[in-house]
Design a protein around this ligand. Structure first.
Ligand SMILES: [Zn+2]
Length: 98
């Protein structure tokens, strides 16, 4: 079964960012949602961006932006293309005659 790949915007919406404030270089020292100190870590998405793409609180699970929505969606879109490439590979395999 071929899973339909998501667009960058759909991936962004799945991540469910609550706020619009951006922490560009460093994550907030204290989570603005659960107020737990030192709980916010950088999240890297393989294939999307070489480095932290957004921040996530390991205490409450809320995610925070590092870049603008537009930039984050743009990076996430690269992973959407990556999934399409992988599906393309599957198709190639299916076409090889036994
Ligand atoms: Zn938190």
């Amino acid at each position: 079964m071929v899973q339909e790949s998501k667009t960058g915007l759909e991936l962004f919406e799945d991540l469910d960012f609550k706020g619009t404030k951006k922490w560009k270089k460093e994550p907030p020292g204290t989570c603005p949602y659960c107020l737990f100190a030192g709980s916010v870590n950088g999240i890297e998405i393989l294939g999307a961006y070489d480095g932290t793409l957004f921040w996530e609180c390991k205490k409450c699970g809320e995610r925070m932006l590092r870049f603008t929505k537009e930039t984050t969606v743009k990076h996430l879109s690269k992973t959407a293309n990556l999934f399409i490439d992988l599906e393309g590979l599957d198709t190639i395999w299916e076409q090889v005659p036994n």
